[in-house]
Design a protein around this ligand. Structure first.
Ligand code: TXA
Ligand code: MG
Length: 343
């Protein structure tokens, strides 16, 4: 299949035409990748079972991993659920459009393969002008997982989508780099107290200010417990080479690099600017300084290191608060080894 590429970075009139064309593909049952404020999504008409199944095929995604249905407005969201607790109403007003996904009991309007047969559905109102315009033009909910090949880091630029899915999808709307860089927070809202199933763009601290109590799915940090979100059990975000997560001082990280280089290994490093400035390695990716910068550059960094250039990547650890909780969640899932060096 030929994959169309529309650049929607500059000219408004051209953008409207591109989005109208992309919407037509979607209404014809095809899949289109589009930018959101978190990562690129691979969209299909969520009410069309055959269209939705094309998402699973293109990504190589396991069938038992349900998708997020994206809508433009609160009213459209309410039209897809059986009921919702009062706190969801408040959360929608406070955080959407934005990187927060609500798990709620559905009313059967979306195709069954969107929810993998579950009684609940994941719903999100994305905060990106192209995503909003696309949803309004289609006027159907769009099922959209991250637009990467299953197992790979999520795409934060159209190039990443192209690398993974060229020839397998109908088109890509290229709106430049995404802002948040990590996926939305998945929040189970089926009970009295909301439960974070996947940390993401809206932090636990932010949610707590509104709802008072917020729980974290015990399956997230405990290997014994099964995660409540089907997707969290799969290996994810894997770079081409081994990733070692190193909790250590810059000196300790440098010693590790030297030791591996002495074994003829080529070593890549991912770290914050002040740490990068103290290290010598075969390839270095500077993640920036602020927690938001680190989150935004994480997936690009994981895709930068190529087999042949390095044999392994050493990445430092980050404080697990604010957006750092989501960053560390993704890094732990991507890592092949975790090394605690501080004593
Ligand atoms: O930021 C995002 O959320 C991006 C953009 C494109 O919107 N989308 C995204 O989708 O990350 P995906 O499919 O890569 O991740 C969706 C997560 C998966 O872990 C899936 O298992 C979980 O949401 N999920 C979907 N429906 C669910 C449900 N009914 N109950 C529990 N977890 C669910
Ligand atoms: Mg994904």
């Amino acid at each position: 299949m030929e994959t169309k590429l529309w650049n929607i970075n500059n000219n408004t009139l051209h953008n409207e035409k591109a989005i109208a064309e992309a919407a037509q593909f979607l209404l014809n049952g095809e899949t289109i990748a589009f930018p959101t404020e978190t990562v690129y999504g691979l969209g299909a008409d969520a009410t069309n079972e055959a269209a939705v199944s094309k998402i699973f095929t293109a990504k190589g995604r396991p069938q038992d991993n349900p998708l997020i249905a994206h809508v433009a407005t609160k009213e459209q969201l309410a039209g897809l659920v059986k009921s919702m607790p009062a706190y969801v109403d408040t959360l929608i007003d406070r955080f959407t459009p934005g990187p927060l996904t609500f798990i709620l009991p559905h009313n059967g309007r979306c195709a069954e393969n969107v929810t993998a047969g579950l009684s609940t559905i994941a719903l999100r109102i994305p905060d990106h002008p192209a995503a909003q315009q696309l949803l309004k033009t289609c006027d159907v909910p769009l099922a959209a997982p991250s637009a990467n090949a299953s197992g790979k880091p999520s795409p934060t630029a159209a190039d990443h989508v192209w690398a993974d899915l060229n020839g397998k999808i109908a088109g890509i709307l290229d709106g430049g780099s995404t802002g948040v860089g990590l996926e939305s927070t998945v929040l189970d809202c089926t009970g009295e107290i909301p439960v974070i199933l996947r940390p993401g763009g809206v932090t636990k601290e932010q949610l707590k200010k509104i709802t008072g109590k917020v729980l974290l799915d015990p399956g997230l940090n405990n290997n014994e417990e099964k995660p409540k979100s089907p997707g969290m059990k799969y290996k994810h975000y894997a770079p081409e080479v081994e990733l070692w997560l190193v909790d250590g001082t810059p000196n300790q990280i440098q010693e590790l690099i030297n030791k591996e280089q002495n074994k003829s290994k080529k070593v890549g490093v991912m770290a914050r600017t002040p740490v990068v400035n103290q290290l010598h390695a075969d390839q270095i990716y500077d993640l920036g300084t602020q927690p938001e910068e680190i989150a935004a550059s994480l997936y690009e960094a994981l895709r930068t290191f190529k087999q042949g250039d390095v044999d392994l990547i050493a990445c430092e650890t980050f404080p697990e608060k604010g957006i750092g909780q989501a960053t560390m969640n993704r890094l732990k899932k991507a890592a092949t080894r975790s090394l605690g060096m501080r004593s």
